[in-house]
Structures are given as structure tokens and as C-alpha cells.
Design a protein around this ligand. Structure first.
Ligand code: 5GP
Length: 140
């Protein structure tokens, strides 16, 4: 698959679309998912373009997963979660809907099932409140 420069995450990276940003460094960006499957659902993307894991430059994985770990820790602490599910989809058949490599971070509470993937838009005030909890738990 050819990388589409106009996919939604490419537009977020270029600042052409808004996002509720949690963290950014030279190689990665973390922001809230607008259709969360769990309270505090967020995403980490590399700035380097690839449609998914298979066509990514392996050099992106160190910085990508360093940020995944940082945000997963903050999501667990900030959301007072009991655990964290990490998900990553490759191809429409696997459930991928946005074709820029991304890693889902889902804070989990005991006994609370995940909501549907790409289900319902969450109210922006709830996303902002959860983002604030996660941001305040990010360690430098
Ligand atoms: P995928 O299905 O490709 O693994 O995940 C794409 C994720 O991006 C979904 O969880 C979906 O809710 C989220 N998403 C789709 N469009 C937008 C958007 O415009 N902004 C944000 N922040 N998330 C989005």
C-alpha cells in the first residue's frame, strides 16, 4: 500500500487538523483518540511516514516504543487504571482505519470491557479532562 500524505494523522502532524496533544518529541507525537474504546484511550505515532508496522523503517521502533512506554505509564497512573492494553492494527482486514502507523494505549479497569473500535465520538470536554489527567502524570 502506498502512503497517503493526506491521511488524518499526517494532517495532524502537519498541524492542518487539531488534536488533544499529550506529548511530542523530535520523532513521535501522542494524542487522545476521539472515539475512545476506554476512558483515556490515546495514540502514539511516529513522525516518519509509514502505513503500518510492516513498511516502517525499523529505526522508528526505539523512539516509538519509548514514547509508548512513557504514555502508557502516565495513562495508567493518571487514569488510576488497573492495567493497560496496547493494540496495533495492520490492514483493513485487521481493523486498521487510519493508514499511518499508530499504537493504541488503553487504560483498563478491572471488569470494564472495551467499547467498539472506531465506535462513538466522545464529548470534547471528557477527552480534555482525561488528557489533563494523563499529561499531569507524564514524567520527564
Ligand atoms: P485504527 O483503526 O486505524 O487502528 O485506529 C484509528 C484510531 O484513530 C481509531 O481508534 C479512531 O477512533 C481514531 N481516530 C480516527 N479519526 C481520528 C481523528 O480525527 N482524531 C483522533 N484524535 N483520532 C481519530
Amino acid at each position: 500500500m502506498i502512503y497517503d500524505q493526506n491521511n488524518i494523522f499526517a494532517k495532524i502532524l502537519r498541524g492542518e487538523m487539531p488534536c488533544e496533544k499529550l506529548y511530542e518529541d523530535d520523532h513521535t507525537l501522542a494524542f487522545m483518540d476521539i472515539m475512545p474504546q476506554a476512558d483515556g484511550h490515546c495514540l502514539v505515532i511516529p513522525k516518519n511516514p509509514s502505513t503500518g508496522l510492516m513498511d516502517a523503517d525499523p529505526q522508528v521502533f526505539a523512539s516509538l516504543f519509548s514514547t509508548v512506554q512513557k504514555i502508557a505509564r502516565a495513562a495508567q497512573d493518571g487514569m488510576q487504571a488497573d492495567g493497560v492494553t496496547i493494540m496495533q492494527f495492520n490492514g483493513a482486514a485487521a481493523g486498521q482505519t487510519v493508514f499511518h502507523l499508530h499504537v493504541h494505549i488503553l487504560p483498563r479497569k478491572d471488569g470494564v470491557p472495551l467499547k467498539a473500535h472506531s465506535g462513538q465520538m466522545e464529548k470534547s470536554e471528557i477527552i480534555k479532562a482525561n488528557a489533563e489527567k494523563i499529561r499531569s502524570a507524564i514524567s520527564s
